[in-house]
Each structure stands twice: as C-alpha cells, then as structure tokens.
Design a protein around this ligand. Structure first.
Ligand SMILES: Cc1ncc(COP(=O)(O)O)c(C=O)c1O
Length: 410
C-alpha cells in the first residue's frame, strides 16, 4: 500500500478526486509545480500570500509573477491582469486567501484558453465550495493543509485528476521524503495538544510574550528575513528543494519528514472531526460577517449564499498592526498576516512586480484575519479596543449592506 493511503482515501471520498498524502501543503505545491511546470517557467500568483509559498515557487526553479489583486478579498483579479502578462505565464497558482475562493471560473477558463495548468492552493479552503463544487477540483492539482482547519500542525494532500497521475506523484513524493524520526513524530503529535492546552488554560498571552522575548519566533515581523545574497546563491541550484530549505521549512521544520503511525493515527482522528469543525467555523463566520469590520467579501457572501467555513475571517481595520499587538493582551494572536505584499518584500530580483500594487498594499496592511472559532472573543476584544473599520480608497465593488457591530455576547 502506498504511504499514507488510508488518509488519502478519506480525502478522496470527501473531494471526489484522487489524493496523495503529504506531510505538508508546501510539499504538495512543490510536487505540483515540478510535475506541471518546466524549470524557468513563469507562475502567476497573488502577492498577498505566505512568504513560504514564494520560496516553494523559487525552489521549483520558477519565476513568481505577481498578479493584481482585488482590494475586496486579496485574491487575483483576473480582469486586471494585462493581456501581455497572460500570454507570458506558464501556470497560475491560486490562493483562496483565508478560505474565500479565488475567481476559479475565470481562472480556469483563461488557463484552458492558454493551455496552461491551474494549480490550486486550497490550504485555507478545505470546506469552500463554488457553485456546489469544492475548491481543489477546478485545476490540474490542488494542495490541502491539515495544519489549518483541523489544527494538526502536520499533514496535507495533493489532489489530482486521475489514478495514473496520482501514482506518478506518489513516486515523486517518495523521492523527496526524509525518513521517519521518532522525535519529529512525538513533536508533531504533542505540539497541537500543547497549543490547545495553552488556549484552554488562558495562557496565550504569557506564552506568546515569552516566545517573543526568547527569540523563539521565526519571524520578528510578518515576513521572515529574506537573506537576499543567500537566496541568489540558491537560485544557481534550482530546481532544488534542499537548496531552499532554510526558507521553505519556516514554521514547519518537518515539512518533508515521513510521518510514522503515531502522527497518521492522530490525523485520521482529526479528519473524522472535520465536518464538526466546519460547522463551528460557519457559525463563527456568520457572527463576524454581521460586524462593521467584516470585509465586503465576507458580508456579501453571508448575505447571499450563507457563510463559508473559513480558516480565517478577513476583517478590515484601521491601524491594524497596533491593534494586532493589543489583541495579544486579550489572548488573541493574529497570525497569517501577509504584509508587505510579496513584490515589495522580495523585490524585482526575485519576482515580477504587480502592474498595479496599490490594492494588494491596501488589503495586506488593513486585513485582520480572525479565527472564526474565537468569534465571540474577537468581537468582544475589538469592541473594547474601539477598533474602527478601514475603508478602501476606491469603493468596493459590492452593494453596501453594512450592518452595525454585533452586540456583545451574541
Ligand atoms: C496560503 C498557504 N498555502 C500553503 C501553506 C502551507 O501549508 P503547510 O503548513 O501545510 O505546508 C500555508 C501555510 O501557512 C499557507 O498559508
């Protein structure tokens, strides 16, 4: 039996696509990019994305081309991508930021016209559907992360179109995996338990502040240090995952370690609770969508089709950085902030900059990704902090259905 096939079968049943088990979504993306893109190719992607993903694209020997995004949700705005850019790219990588879907209909149509692959990053979007179809079934391949919705801090899937491709990718994966280590397995099993204990015991604030003080966080800022000269040197070895490991492994050092039975058993248990988790997320998203801080994408969806079971609910607030810092005192650590956009972060040596960087800058600097599982606590904290709603310079392309903030305790 191929490695991780029981877990993969569970995901295949959910998604209706063939799945390969991987220790992380970043490894899934690397596999997909290596399988569908020739080294030297150019990949259209959103600059409002995890820096780790930028390094995965570079590790695959590809040039990241930063797309214009919508200030509405931070995802690629296909209509704003210049025709010359469309004609010059070899693949498109979606983000589905925080679980809000990319404009997959338009992206897959353009990719089909151009004869290039759409690769879906579904790491944030495990429960998101578009017209009744799950995100992760629109492209050639899709990456899912179990570190996100089920908080496993390990595991993921690569979903592909057919059994033959799955078998091919299982072999590619096996070549990249590093052997199981008991220590890594124990850490992967205990880490999520430690995190939930910290939360249950209301220790988020002291634990976070202590990690900050001891320098245990891999990012001082929202982005990791780039180390440009070392990055240029690694480019000489690309495509090569090992050459980029110092960047790709950030936040998940065992991203390519073969998990043993202990970890896989725990992941199966967590997968069996996924539907309950998604139900709780929808409830939290409903609460957050009714507040004045909800991004237009959030409000609009809740008003028309019901809530998505988001990984994070994008709220838009003034003075976001100071607010995020104060939220730690309320026991809320706001992760997954991708600021500045990747073109400002990495510069033209490493990426093609977006032709219209303003919406990405605005969105990245105002979005506060809120965990829907903590919706009550977030609303209470933002109310106490008198957080004000950020308004985009240009009006967002939706009718104004804004409601007053939800009263506390609802
Ligand atoms: C948008 C996005 N894609 C992919 C990943 C990688 O997921 P994993 O940690 O499972 O490798 C992350 C990680 O945070 C992410 O934010």
């Amino acid at each position: 039996m191929p490695y991780g096939s029981r877990l993969a079968a569970t995901m295949t049943r959910r998604l209706g696509r063939e799945c390969v088990y991987v220790p992380s979504a970043r490894l899934a993306l690397y596999l997909a990019l290596r399988r569908w893109c020739r080294p030297g190719g150019r990949v259209l992607m959103s600059p409002v994305n995890d820096d780790v993903i930028l390094f995965v694209v570079l590790a695959a020997g590809l040039r990241p081309v930063q797309a214009p995004v919508s200030a509405w949700d931070g995802n690629i705005d296909p209509a704003a991508v210049p025709e010359a850019t469309w004609r010059g790219v070899d693949a498109v990588l979606s983000t589905n930021l925080y679980g809000i879907p990319d404009r997959v209909g338009e992206l897959s149509r353009r990719c089909a016209q151009l004869g290039i692959p759409l690769i879906e990053d579904a790491a944030h979007a495990i429960g998101t559907h578009v017209d009744g179809r799950p995100i992760g079934t629109f492209g050639k391949a899709a990456a899912f992360s179990l570190s996100k919705h089920v908080a496993a801090m390990a595991g993921g899937f690569l979903a592909v179109e057919d059994g033959r491709t799955r078998r091919e990718l299982e072999l590619l994966r096996d070549d990249l995996l590093e052997p199981t280590r008991l220590r890594a397995d124990l850490a992967a099993t205990l880490r999520p338990l430690a995190r939930s204990a910290v939360r249950t015991l209301h220790l988020v604030r002291p634990a976070w502040r202590t990690m900050q003080r001891l320098g245990l966080l891999e990012r001082d800022d929202f982005r990791m240090p780039l180390h440009a000269p070392r990055l240029s040197a690694s480019a000489l070895r690309a495509p090569n995952l090992t050459a980029y490991e110092p960047w790709v492994r950030v936040d998940l050092h065992d991203f390519r370690t073969r998990h043993g039975a202990l970890v896989r058993g725990q992941l199966r248990l967590r997968m069996s609770r996924l539907d309950t988790d998604l139900t709780h997320r929808r409830a939290g998203v409903t609460l957050l969508s009714g507040t004045a801080w909800a991004s237009p994408a959030l409000r609009d969806r809740a008003a028309h089709d019901g809530p998505y079971p988001l990984f994070r609910a994008p709220l838009l607030v003034d003075d976001r950085d100071a607010l995020a810092e104060r939220l730690v005192d309320h026991g809320i650590v706001s992760g997954y902030i991708y600021d500045p956009p990747l073109d400002d972060y990495a510069g033209a040596e490493f990426v093609d900059p977006s032709p219209d960087p303003a919406p990405a800058r605005w969105f990245a600097s105002h979005v506060l990704p809120a965990d829907p599982l903590l919706a009550h606590r977030v609303i209470r904290a933002l109310t106490r902090e008198r957080a004000t709603t950020a308004q985009p310079a240009a009006p967002a392309p939706v009718p104004d259905t804004r409601k007053p903030p939800t009263p506390l305790g609802q």
